[in-house]
Every structure is written in structure tokens, then in C-alpha cells.
Design a protein around this ligand. Structure first.
Ligand code: SF4
Length: 352
């Protein structure tokens, strides 16, 4: 089994407190901009700032990797005197909300004026629960997991369909409150802050991060169906993309999640995430979908983003509307689990 040199290594340093989470760096990175500037101008400033950020960040990383002593603690919680890169990202996300294109549906709802998009969400973000989660991958637990309401997918086998289809049942989020809770959970041993189903809440999550003074890695626990613009805002902020790669073709994605142009969107976002940060990739094995989904996904990952931690997941069970789709209205067989495991083992990808 090939073990990549950098899979989640930086995450572990941030989690241990010997390196700074990226949102803190972005919040300390000064960027000047006019709050009333047109969106196109804000994007130009953002793209220039990100070039500078990456230059500074990568040189800072190489300085750090030269040091043998990693016991130095980063200086946490400095508030920039003026505006920061994170402030600029918040401003752009706020403008995007007027014609929403956070996800690749790009449905254009004016969520600031109360319109709701396909995800059934307006401007107010809500969560269904937050707690120290011990059921995630071993590297992540205990994980301070915030389950956000609503979803940009419509998976027929959704296990959280009550909250994904009725986001109004969730608890409204005040960013400063969630930031305070995150500090408490971190003090109680959380190894990270893990936002689940985050895409339609991008504007709120950036605001939460701007309120946070505690050093903790940020986990973007997502279906990776965000837009190209959202991906640009995530760059420099997310420490780990905990990304689902469910389908190996557009037909299966349309049938089971009503997600058009799935393959191009998700592969584009994984490539961007790979360039930006670290990835823990999840592949939920579906009954009868090893040849059409699991196998091509493993092949693509091998060819394009080989240095990821790959988690093959076997916990599928037919929930919600799955009974209407006879081919997936059952659990996996032992033979299917073995077949998928064999494909992954033969690929040489890092899986534990
Ligand atoms: S996040 Fe929601 S409102 Fe925004 S584009 Fe996607 S489905 Fe539409």
C-alpha cells in the first residue's frame, strides 16, 4: 500500500496546536478593499490577494518544514488592524447570496430577500445538532461536528431526510455563539471543527470563522458539489476537505441525488481541493454500483489525486425513498464489500 508523504500531516500539526489553522492566517492577512465596490472588483482583489497569500503561505510552510523543533506555538488570535482576506471572502459570499451560486445548481435565488433556492434555504443558516462525534474516521475523533440543515442534493436514500428536507426545523445560527461553543468543545478535547453539509451555509461559516480565536483545524464535510466561486472562497480557509465521492457517472448521480453534471463538478472541486489543502475522501459503496461508480472513482483518484486518504464506506442502508428503487433497496452483500476492498487494495491508495 502506497502511503503518501503528506496525507493529513498538516492537519495533525494544526490539531496538535503546533501549526496555525488556515482561517486564522487568512484573518490575519491584511487586504484593503472598498465595501461598496462592484462584485467583479472584489473578485479581482481576492484573486490577487490569494496569489500573495499562497506565496507567503507556501514559503512559511517551507520555513517550518526546515525546522527540526516543532514545539513552537503559533501566535493565535491576533486581530488585524484593518480588513483581512477573511473579511473580503465574507463580503463576496454576502454578495453571492443575492443571486445564489454557492453550489453548482446555481439556482440564483435572492436569499437575502427571503427567496429560497433548491436547498430550501434563505439567508438564515440553521443547524440540527452539534456535539463531540466519535463515529468519524479515527484521525478526526473526537470531532466537534456541526450538522447543518438543508442540502443541495436530494439523495433518495438520505438518512437525515427530516433535517435535509425541512431545514426550518433547525436552530438558527448566530456566528458568535457557534464560535464560543467551538472554543468550549476544543477545550474539551475536540480535534477539529467539522461542518457537515456546509455548502449552502458558506456565508455563515465564514462569519463563524471570523469570530473564532481558538486554533482548530476546519473540516469541510461535503458532497463536493460547490460552485467554482465557492471553491475559490474556501481556498486558504479549509484545513481538510472531508469529501464524498459517490458516483462514477452522471446517470447514477441524476437518478439517486438529482445532481446534474455531477462528474465534472466534483472532479473539478477535488482537483482544486488537492491543490489547496489536504483531503480525506469518502466513497460510499452502493449495492450494485461497483463497476459503474466505485471502480471509476478509484481509477480517477489514482490518476489525478493519489495523495489522499481514501475511506471506502460500507454502511449503506436503504433509508427514506430507497424502497422505490429496487436495485438499491437492499444492503450490500459480503461479495460486494470484498470486491470493492480488493479494487482499493490493488490501487495502492492510502486507506488507513
Ligand atoms: S446553495 Fe441553495 S440557493 Fe444556492 S445555488 Fe445551491 S441550491 Fe441554489
Amino acid at each position: 500500500m502506497r502511503k503518501p508523504s503528506n496525507a493529513l500531516s498538516r492537519y495533525h500539526r494544526v490539531s496538535a496546536g503546533t501549526e496555525e489553522a488556515r482561517f486564522l492566517t487568512a484573518n490575519n492577512f491584511p487586504v484593503d478593499f472598498d465595501l461598496d465596490a462592484p462584485l467583479s472588483d472584489l473578485w479581482s482583489i481576492h484573486d490577487d490577494a490569494m496569489s500573495d497569500f499562497h506565496r507567503a503561505y507556501r514559503s512559511d510552510m517551507s520555513d517550518r518544514s526546515d525546522r527540526s523543533d516543532r514545539s513552537d506555538q503559533p501566535e493565535i488570535g491576533k486581530k488585524p488592524a484593518g480588513k483581512s482576506l477573511l473579511n473580503l471572502k465574507i463580503k463576496i459570499a454576502d454578495r453571492m447570496l443575492e443571486n445564489c451560486n454557492f453550489c453548482d445548481r446555481r439556482c440564483g435565488a435572492n436569499r437575502k430577500k427571503g427567496e429560497k433556492g433548491y436547498c430550501r434555504l434563505g439567508a438564515v443558516s440553521r443547524y440540527s445538532s452539534e456535539f463531540l462525534h466519535y463515529g468519524e474516521e479515527p484521525e478526526l475523533v473526537p470531532s466537534h461536528t456541526v450538522f447543518l440543515a438543508g442540502c443541495v442534493f436530494s439523495c433518495v436514500y438520505c438518512q437525515n431526510w427530516e433535517i435535509s428536507t425541512h431545514p426550518d426545523l433547525g436552530i438558527p445560527i448566530l456566528p458568535e455563539d457557534v464560535a464560543r461553543i467551538a472554543a468550549t468543545r476544543r477545550a474539551l478535547g475536540a480535534r477539529n471543527l467539522n461542518f457537515v453539509t456546509p455548502t449552502p451555509h458558506l456565508h455563515t461559516i465564514l462569519r463563524i470563522l471570523a469570530e473564532m480565536r481558538v486554533n482548530t483545524p476546519i473540516v469541510w464535510n461535503s458532497n463536493m458539489y460547490h460552485s467554482e466561486e465557492a471553491a475559490k472562497l474556501l481556498c486558504g480557509v479549509v484545513d481538510v476537505y472531508l469529501g464524498d465521492f459517490k458516483y462514477g457517472n452522471d446517470g447514477c448521480a441524476k437518478r439517486y441525488s438529482n445532481a446534474p453534471h455531477y462528474w465534472d463538478t466534483v472532479t473539478r472541486n477535488f482537483l482544486c481541493a488537492y491543490d489547496d489543502s489536504e483531503i480525506l475522501l469518502r466513497q460510499l459503496v452502493l449495492p450494485g454500483h461497483i463497476e459503474c461508480c466505485t471502480a471509476p472513482i478509484i481509477d480517477w483518484v489514482c490518476d489525478h489525486i493519489p495523495d489522499v486518504r481514501f475511506n471506502l464506506m460500507f454502511q449503506y442502508s436503504p433509508a427514506y425513498l430507497a424502497y422505490r428503487y429496487p436495485e438499491i433497496a437492499r444492503s450490500l452483500t459480503d461479495g460486494e464489500c470484498e470486491q470493492a476492498s480488493r479494487l482499493l487494495a490493488e490501487s495502492g491508495l492510502y486507506s488507513e
